[in-house]
Design a binder for this molecule. Structure first.
Ligand code: NAD
Ligand code: UFG
Length: 332
């Protein structure tokens, strides 16, 4: 019998790609998602990619009765927890919604897991927990801070998981700190589908190249970086997804709490990203230099050696792969 993994937020961007990776690795997958930022059609598209699909349950992780019924009906061995809200700007406007959904939802989920005796969890954290790093590359032992409510929810949930592990070492916990996930599945059947105007660079670039947006605003060219624009560690979402399978494998072999960066270790500037997108896809991305965006940092990239060593995992896809797959998805 194949083991069953519950994926919360599994119709979303990273959750859908991770569901594909889990199915490909031979797991059974149950997706629970309230569809607040995704659509149910993703499930059929995952089925098309994998020739078998996840079981889909529409619902909210804050609904303890629903979660309890899932754990009693299915032999779930572990949870990969993506469900949550993720827009930094929105979190400043609506802090209560962010704490309620992200922290409240996680608390409900962990409690139901504890009661059901399912104590293995992989949690989506973020490089945002490092705030503005004093040095680079960022290792997992760097000081943590939050500059907005979204980041604060990630820190709180990381701390809850650490406390849970301290209280009961039967828990097996992976806290995965993602850098900047971009790209799409190479089939172009699943990808990132932001509602409204995108906040993030890559979807903004692809929508501008497609003519949906007039021009990209490059937020600042006066940072202390070689070309003055912000530098990030962009990671292909399919590589990120395989990092989750590696983390689950690790937790099955080792009973401990694991905290790792998932990135490529390479820093890429906004202008480098625009140039690579244009040259890879033979298209134009009209842009203008705008003011810095409040809250942005100059440079952020990961030290990935811990993930490479412990998980025997590394990102293999190039910046060109990220640009090509994003464009294919944009055009599909
Ligand atoms: P996403 O919005 O595409 O996916 C999240 C999914 O969770 C959506 O399908 C949404 O409908 C669902 N959801 C939200 N609240 C829910 C609830 N209460 N109950 C059930 N379902 C709920 O986002 P994503 O980019 O796939 O991110 C997934 C996770 O990774 C999030 O926790 C996010 O904070 C984290 N993360 C994302 C990034 C990024 O840049 N995309 C970076 C670091 C961390
Ligand atoms: N940028 C632009 N123009 C845009 C959008 C972004 O110039 O229209 C620039 C930003 O200033 C930054 C870079 O592109 O220099 C990347 O910006 P994103 O908004 O794509 O990503 P961030 O690094 O700001 O934040 C993302 C997620 C956070 C997460 C963080 C680390 O949005 O939730 O990565 O994982 F915490």
């Amino acid at each position: 019998m194949k083991e069953t993994i519950l994926v919360t937020g599994g119709t979303g961007f990273i959750g859908s790609h991770t569901s594909v990776a889990l199915l490909d690795a031979g797991y059974e997958v149950i997706v629970v998602d309230n569809l607040s930022n995704s659509d149910a059609g993703v499930i059929q598209r995952i089925e098309q990619i994998c020739s078998r699909g996840p079981r889909f349950i529409e619902g909210d992780v804050r609904d303890s009765d629903l979660l309890t019924s899932i754990f009693s009906e299915f032999a779930v061995v572990a949870v990969v927890h993506f469900a949550g809200l993720k827009a930094v700007g929105e979190s400043v406007q609506k802090p209560l919604e962010y704490y309620q959904n992200n922290v409240g939802g996680s608390l409900k989920l962990f409690k139901v897991m504890q009661t059901a005796g399912v104590k293995t969890i992989v949690f989506s954290s973020s490089a945002t927990v490092y705030g503005d790093p004093a040095q680079l590359p960022i290792t997992e032992s760097f000081p943590l801070s939050a500059t907005n409510p979204y980041g604060a929810t990630k820190l709180v949930i990381e701390n809850i998981l650490a406390d849970l592990y301290r209280a009961d070492e039967e828990w097996r916990i992976a806290r995965l700190r993602y850098f900047n996930p971009v790209g799409a599945h190479e089939s172009a059947l699943i990808g990132e589908n932001p509602k409204g105007v995108p906040d993030n660079l890559m979807p903004y670039i692809s929508q501008t190249a497609a003519g949906i947006r007039k021009e990209l605003s490059v937020f600042g060219d006066d940072y202390k970086t070689p070309d003055g624009t912000g530098i990030r560690d962009y990671i292909h979402v399919v590589d990120l997804a395989s990092g989750h399978v590696a983390a689950l494998d690790y937790l099955q072999r080792n009973d401990q709490m694991l905290t790792v960066n998932l990135g490529t270790g390479n820093g890429v500037s906004v202008l480098e990203m625009i140039n690579t997108f244009e040259s890879t896809n033979s298209c134009k991305v009209p842009y203008r230099i705008a003011k810095r965006r409040a809250g942005d940092i100059a440079r952020c990239w990961a030290d990935t050696s811990l993930a490479n060593r412990l998980l025997e995992w590394e990102a293999t896809r190039t910046l060109e792969d990220m640009c090509r797959d994003t464009w294919r998805w944009q055009n599909s």
